[in-house]
Design a protein around this ligand. Structure first.
Ligand SMILES: [Zn+2]
Length: 197
């Protein structure tokens, strides 16, 4: 049987290597095969990467809902670094985390997605859990080292604004917590298993 490919729609992504790295990362997520996945570069200076369902005709059908990963071309954490100039490990770790969010959305009905969005926005504990799940899912897909590389890059970067560092500490797993997840993943072998907290 021919290998099935993911359907990827690139929007405003000119960088050939970012396209390739995204496709490579997505290839490790077979549960996303039925879902067209968009990668969109936003023309904003505000650093962000986020994953959301696409609001189109397919959104009401959970089985084939489309999803999109958005990123901005610049990373706010550094004065002059463009995302396309970041090291591969860091970018792949970031993509893997965002795809982790999408896997986490898969079982949620549309009403649940709205509740999830509200919970994410309004309740910091909820947000922390969602970030932890995204990291766990990325680790379970074999991207532990890359997610760790992303985290280290963000934490160690000298020009990271204080508010961003505070946000990272508050909502995201620490490098130590992440390493514990990676060790647990390696100890149990290749069996994908989402760690619930
Ligand atoms: Zn996240």
């Amino acid at each position: 049987m021919p290998r099935q490919n993911h359907r990827i729609v690139y929007q405003n992504v000119q960088s050939q290597h970012l396209r390739e790295w995204f496709a490579e990362t997505l290839a490790a997520y077979p549960e996303l095969l039925p879902h067209p996945i968009y990668l969109r570069r936003l023309p904003t200076k505000y650093s962000t990467m986020r994953a959301q369902p696409v609001l189109n005709f397919a959104v009401l059908r959970r089985a084939t809902r489309h999803y999109r990963v958005d990123f901005s071309s610049h990373l706010e954490v550094t004065a002059h670094v463009r995302v396309r100039e970041l090291p591969k490990q860091v970018v792949v770790g970031w993509f893997a985390h965002e795809l982790g969010h999408i896997v986490d959305y898969l079982h949620r009905p549309w009403r649940g997605m709205i509740a999830f969005g509200l919970g994410y926005a309004l309740w910091s504990r909820y947000m922390r859990r969602a970030e932890r799940r995204a990291d766990s899912i990325a680790v379970d897909h074999g991207f532990g080292e890359q997610v760790l590389a992303t985290k280290r890059y963000l934490i160690n970067h000298a020009t990271l604004p204080a508010h961003y560092k505070k946000r990272l500490r508050k909502y995201y797993l620490s490098a130590d917590e992440l390493e514990a997840l990676i060790n647990a993943y390696e100890a149990r072998g290749e069996m994908p298993d989402i760690v619930e907290i």
